[in-house]
Design a protein. Sequence first.
Length: 31
Amino acid sequence: MRAREFIMKDAILFMQIKVVLINHIILIKKL
């Protein structure tokens, strides 16, 4: 098992989820 690869994949997923959440928050505030 390569821990570094798993950490990288989790970090990329986390960043994508964070962007989606920020976009949702911005949309909710605009309404």
